[in-house]
Write a protein that binds this ligand. Sequence first.
Ligand SMILES: C[S@@+](CC[C@H](N)C(=O)[O-])C[C@H]1O[C@@H](n2cnc3c(N)ncnc32)[C@H](O)[C@@H]1O
Length: 331
Amino acid sequence: MSFKRKSTSSSGPPSKYSIALADSDDSESEDDVKVEIKAKPIAGEGKGTKLTAIQQAHKEKLSGSRFRVLNEELYTTTSEESWERFQSDPSLFSDYHTGFREQAKTWQEGSGNPVHWILEAIRSSSGSAGGGGKIEVADFGCGDATIARTLCPGLFGAGGEDGKKKKKKKKKKKNDNPTQPQTFLVHSLDLVSPPPPSPLSSIIRACNISSVPFLPTESVDINVYSLALMGTDVFNILKEGSRVLKIGGRLLIAEVRSRFGTGNESLLPRFKGMLEVLGFRVVNGDKRKNNKFFIFMELAKEIGWDEVEEIKESDVVGEGPFLKPCIYKRR
Ligand SMILES: C[S@@+](CC[C@H](N)C(=O)[O-])C[C@H]1O[C@@H](n2cnc3c(N)ncnc32)[C@H](O)[C@@H]1O
């Protein structure tokens, strides 16, 4: 992924550090998604002292460069190293996500936000869940937990937000759809769980996604990795994903398209080969073919953990990385 400043012709809010995700223009494809994701808002967001225009510009510049450094670190170190770094300084999480949110605004304008595709895919597979129980989703590298906030709007529960707001929202929800039961249980996993009073503190579980022992083997219906395969040890991350996913469960991966390279140098065959070795069958290898920036694939788990447990990275055909890191262009 190349990172560069660009101007946006959109009527939406401009970003000071929008990111070009591929060597292409910004024209929209038929797959571009502009639908707003109606996630439950995070209480307190956007509140604070008013800054002058200059102060604001300075703050955004600092925040943009901070984000770029953190982003690059996450792509060029192992998941264990990132885990240790973020645990020793949890403020990195909000620094990172302040920048990431700005970046995501530009995707919704131009290329679509992959979280939306994931939500669509989760909802459409929900009909196939038997037994009438909750569908268990694990959102690996969940960021600000958009998937949980969208699928489980009741998550904030009593005491989560201030009473007035809660009453109003509760009433609206009742009128919107009085019969719809809450059918999802979402495990939102990321390097840091924001401390209280952030309502995300009760939603996000801090962990390194390459080791989630608190999720039992073959217990989850849908695994999600939305732009979250950041560590250099992608194999370990997805092997752990294979452990927790039920046989027949779905694996949804959205990634930056340029991380796979192109032509003879494409890493896609090796990446898919690794997924097969880990017990996954590709159901749809490129669900958003027309999208220039992101790739979205859907897989089904077909081999049990008892067979996958002994698999090593060296069992995958070929050599070298499975994904390129996102490195921004030096200016
Ligand atoms: C690019 S953001 C995407 C966030 C969210 N999935 C989305 O699509 O909006 C990647 C997220 O993965 C998290 N992450 C990266 N490496 C991780 C690791 N080893 N364990 C847990 N989370 C990780 C980062 O903290 C970040 O929140």
